[in-house]
Design a protein around this ligand. Sequence first.
Ligand SMILES: Cc1cc2nc3c(=O)[nH]c(=O)nc-3n(C[C@H](O)[C@H](O)[C@H](O)COP(=O)(O)O)c2cc1C
Length: 418
Amino acid sequence: MNSPIVRAASRRRFLQYLAGSPLFASHALSAYGAETLSKLPDPMIWAPAAGELIGKPKDAINVFDFEPVARKNVPPAHFGYMASGLDDEVTLRANREGFLKFQLLPRRLNDVSKVDTSVELFGTKYDSPIFVCPTGGNQFFHPDGELAVAKAARAGNHLQILSTSSNFSVEDVTNARGVPIWFQLYASPRWEVAQALIKRADAAGCPVLMVTVDRIAGRNQETLFRLMRTDTRECAACHDRSSFAARSVRRHNYDGIDLTAISGGGESSNLSWDSVKRMRDVTRMKIVLKGIVTPEDADLAVQNGIDGILVSNHGGRGEDNGRSTIDALPEILAAVKGRIPVIVDSGFRRGTDAVKALAMGAQAVGIGRPYLWGLGAFGQEGVERVLEIVRTETHAAMQQCGARSLQELNPAFVRRAS
Ligand SMILES: Cc1cc2nc3c(=O)[nH]c(=O)nc-3n(C[C@H](O)[C@H](O)[C@H](O)COP(=O)(O)O)c2cc1C
């Protein structure tokens, strides 16, 4: 009998053959086939037709069902921006495969007829531990962009974190969400720019400033660049890419801020622990660092008075270090020793993924690409359904484990596969 590895390899070859066949050569199938290599194909093998797309959000059985619809609707260059990792995309794949290294240890006979999935983060209660990660330029995927995302987050009472590079401003998105949101900061190389953005987020009522610390270098986003070549539209008609200032014209958090001195991609290469101290001096907001992936930096964050950590590798888009966040999480939690909240993102797609991280000790789990698939596929309704699916799966995974609340989840519910 074939080993699981041989069976997986032949299934993969079959899917590659289908994707390459002129009979099946739709964009949807090639994207689907490419994703299939890095996700678990087994529940899909009896799906009626790999190329068949869902027609409405309610038809989705899991979050992956939205991806090929978004691929069909969204221009190739925009889809590439979303899908891309960098270099060999080892980290992008590791983020999914990392979950296989951990197994849940469900407990029985614990009356899980009522499960409370709510979480409190810095004094605010959310109905679910699943939060909306900051992603730039949501109008790449739907004209309603971050406003649609905010309304969907509002429907399920999820925390939303808004990117510095959002199309809609922090004021407009806060309004659409209906309660304060967190603001993610790309500090840029210039303090004046960081300070102006911090002031704006503060004035908009954001309780938390999430400082992204892993966009400090240029990056070779190969999938993006290859898909850009297949895009027949004239990118320059919409995007003036001649300078950082020109590229930021539709990123309304920058309105009124002088960006002319910023060159290249505006990476925050000069960030240091002193930069964060400086931020602390000019804001009342809590400060959470996004992009911590080692226990050493986690400990330094605590020593430097940081209020929280988001363990993130930017969904495999900041650098290609090769390690999944679910792999790094236990060491980081051990270094932090409960002194500050630790949350996590990168590669989370399933309720069981979330419950593994929550059992290890993360307080909340973020998703990025899945809600962008929902947005590109069906706008606000698509994002709502993606969040609903992840919420429902998380609730079910908690019940299946015998945990009635997030407080009841603990490291005894998860172990490293041998
Ligand atoms: C299209 C896209 C844009 C992103 N933009 C930002 C951003 O502006 N700021 C940021 O800190 N992270 C950004 N991220 C990273 C996300 O916040 C998050 O870390 C990542 O998407 C989580 O991984 P996942 O996509 O596998 O769920 C972006 C991710 C994607 C996919």
